[in-house]
Design a protein around this ligand. Structure first.
Ligand SMILES: Nc1nc2c(ncn2[C@@H]2O[C@H](COP(=O)(O)OP(=O)(O)O)[C@@H](O)[C@H]2O)c(=O)[nH]1
Ligand SMILES: [Mg+2]
Length: 349
């Protein structure tokens, strides 16, 4: 009995959600139960009500706006609680062709992948401005380099996870989950596949990409931060060694002048080299410290994974099978609160 839950993170999507839902398949070969889950990120346009009225099985509703990354993880959490074997994420603006959900889960069903990313073939998307197409390409290239994966379209929100892969995802950034999850999966050596997917006609302009400058800034910050999280020694050693090397070269120059008898008048370069040597050395030490801390984070992630597994196994025994959508959404919000607590713990840890 394989169960697939399709999750849709939403922020004020009452207008386009019905269209998106209508476009999604109701049956997929190899899947016995297919359910829909909407994460309403504190929408003010009645998105949650629209979702329920259109037969969405589960609605997770935040009372305040928390951002896409939080909505994505809350969706995964809720889908796991509802017993999903496979989870597909898609966007509420009907950007991705619903029929391709089937293509997306095929590698999972075949046991060939842990995560499948839908590839929109960005270069060919004529409705996107050229600047955005190029930025996405460059961004995807950078993410491929730092994650050691071959995902062509790293910002794609159309993706599928196995239960196991969803259990192992821990998102710490707030801007967007798309890049972080791929770097993380690559660093954890999960099997990431990609399939070409079709896109529908554009329903509304992108909300995540309103200004090129903020988009690039946020994406770059996410990539650097997540890479440093997984490869702290490499990052700090590179920075520290550069400073140290420059300082060393300058000190050699000073020593040359000193021993050839013209050491006076080179005090400035001596100070500069000393500062660079000290700073470089300190940065390398910070790298060692960060490396020790990252070992800790790995343990915390493993612990989180096991706790989640136990929690879910317990829930499967005690809770009655979930049927109707919760009326006041009090129940679906609880796991989110629990996750937030875990999140806060992780951030301080
Ligand atoms: N929960 C949540 N979802 C969001 C937020 N911003 C965008 N989304 C959702 O993310 C998906 C993609 O957003 P969109 O504006 O189409 O970005 P695009 O990927 O550039 O096309 C849609 O389903 C949106 O409803 C947010 O702040 N919170
Ligand atoms: Mg969109």
């Amino acid at each position: 009995m394989a169960k697939l839950i399709i999750q849709i993170p939403c922020l004020n999507e009452a207008a386009t959600l019905p269209q998106t839902l209508a476009d999604l398949p109701r049956r997929i070969t190899g899947i016995d139960t297919l359910e829909l889950l909407v994460v309403d990120d504190g929408s003010t346009d009645g998105t949650a009500e629209v979702a329920r009225a259109h037969g969405v099985d589960h609605v997770v509703r935040f009372r305040a706006h928390k951002g896409l990354a939080a909505a994505f993880t809350a969706g995964l959490d809720a889908a796991l609680k509802h017993g999903a074997d496979y989870i597909v994420n898609t966007d509420a603006d009907n950007q991705y062709a619903g029929a391709d959900v089937e293509k997306l889960v095929q590698p999972l069903l075949a046991g060939a992948a842990d995560i499948v990313i839908g590839d929109r073939n960005i270069g060919a998307l004529r409705h996107l401005p050229l600047s955005r197409r190029w930025l996405q390409r460059i961004g995807s290239w950078v993410v491929r380099q730092v994650s050691n994966t071959r995902v062509p379209d790293t910002t794609s929100g159309f993706r599928a996870y196995t239960r196991e892969a969803a259990l192992r995802q821990t998102v710490v950034s707030e801007f967007s989950y798309t890049l972080e999850t791929i770097i993380q999966a690559g660093k954890k050596r999960m099997a990431i596949a990609h399939v070409p997917v079709a896109t529908n006609r554009k329903t509304r302009p992108s909300r995540l990409f309103d200004s090129v400058f903020t988009y690039v800034k946020q994406s770059a910050a996410t990539i650097v931060r997540i890479y440093a999280l997984y490869e702290p020694l490499k990052v700090f050693m590179a920075i520290g060694a550069s400073a140290f090397t420059i300082g060393f070269a300058i000190s050699l120059r000073f020593l040359y002048f000193y021993f050839t008898g013209s050491g006076t008048g080179h005090l400035q370069s001596l100070i500069l080299s000393a500062v660079l040597l000290i700073v470089g050395f300190q940065i390398m030490l910070i790298g060692l410290l960060a490396d020790v801390m990252s070992a800790n984070r790995k343990l915390t992630e493993e612990l989180l994974y096991r706790v989640r597994s136990i929690e879910l196994a317990g829930a499967a025994h005690s809770a009655p099978a979930d049927t109707a959508p919760a009326p006041a959404a009090a129940a679906p919000d609880t796991p989110v609160a629990a996750r937030d607590a875990a999140d806060a713990g992780r951030r301080h840890g």
